[in-house]
Design a binder for this molecule. Structure first.
Ligand SMILES: Cc1cc2nc3c(=O)[nH]c(=O)nc-3n(C[C@H](O)[C@H](O)[C@H](O)COP(=O)(O)O)c2cc1C
Length: 217
């Protein structure tokens, strides 16, 4: 983190306590508030404000969590990209229910999202894949994400193989790599306040409409 970014973090610390949540009109949708908070996080100097925890739970009932990067969001949902053969993807294939968690500590904010996933279109995955730097594209081919390494330098060797294979021209988009879209049914905005009397505003999808309510902290 640069000195400038550190200073920016220090200056924004505590901002959450000073800023109560605005009153939310009963007929509103959660997206404008998410957009506002995401913009605030981007401006705050937090490193990787788009980092989000994804929790999945396969057939065996054991939840598992890991961080990913949010790459897109709109009324349709929240998109991240990964290997479709990874543990998270296997668990999502078994059980499409998922939970996301953002925590922006200097803003004293948390957003919880629950819903279910669908794969984004192959075109959307290919478009994003080709927007990545060449090293990451080749890395996606080299990594058998979540599988056991059978020898220490296996990844290095696979990187060398695919670097040679795709030395020139466009790196093709692997079919085993793409996006998941989380379609939300519940979104909760948490704003830290003094005396632990935090604000919690929740949106729940009922009969295809968003209803909102507040919770005790
Ligand atoms: C800040 C951060 C961002 C990450 N972003 C991604 C991502 O966008 N996609 C991804 O597949 N893995 C990402 N990872 C790695 C995952 O956390 C995880 O190690 C990997 O996806 C394998 O998880 P799985 O075995 O549960 O499928 C990220 C890790 C960190 C710490």
């Amino acid at each position: 983190m640069t000195l400038f970014e550190k200073l920016r973090c220090l200056l924004t610390f505590g901002q959450g306590v000073a800023l109560p949540l605005p009153e939310i009109p009963t007929d509103s949708t959660p997206l404008p508030l998410f957009k506002q908070w995401f913009e605030d996080a981007n401006k705050s100097g937090i490193l990787l404000p788009e980092a989000v925890s994804v929790s999945t739970c396969g057939q065996n009932g054991q939840p598992s969590s890991r961080m990913v990067l949010l790459k897109n969001f709109d009324e349709q949902g929240f998109v991240f990209f990964t290997n479709y053969g990874s543990r998270k993807s296997q668990e999502l294939n078994e059980n499409s229910k998922v939970a996301l968690l953002f925590h922006w500590n200097v803003l004293q904010r948390q957003i919880r999202i629950e819903g279910s996933v669908e794969k984004v279109s192959a075109q959307e995955s290919a478009d994003y894949f080709h927007s990545r730097d060449r090293g990451s594209q080749i890395g996606a081919w080299a990594s058998k994400q979540s599988q056991k390494l059978t020898e220490d330098d296996q990844l290095k060797k696979r990187m060398a193989i695919f670097s040679e294979k795709y030395a020139t021209g466009e790196v093709p988009h692997p079919e085993f790599w793409g996006g998941w879209r989380v379609k939300p049914t519940y979104i909760e905005f948490w704003q830290g306040r003094s005396n632990r009397l935090h604000d919690r505003v929740c949106f729940e999808k009922q009969n295809n409409e968003w209803v909102n309510f507040k919770l005790h902290p």
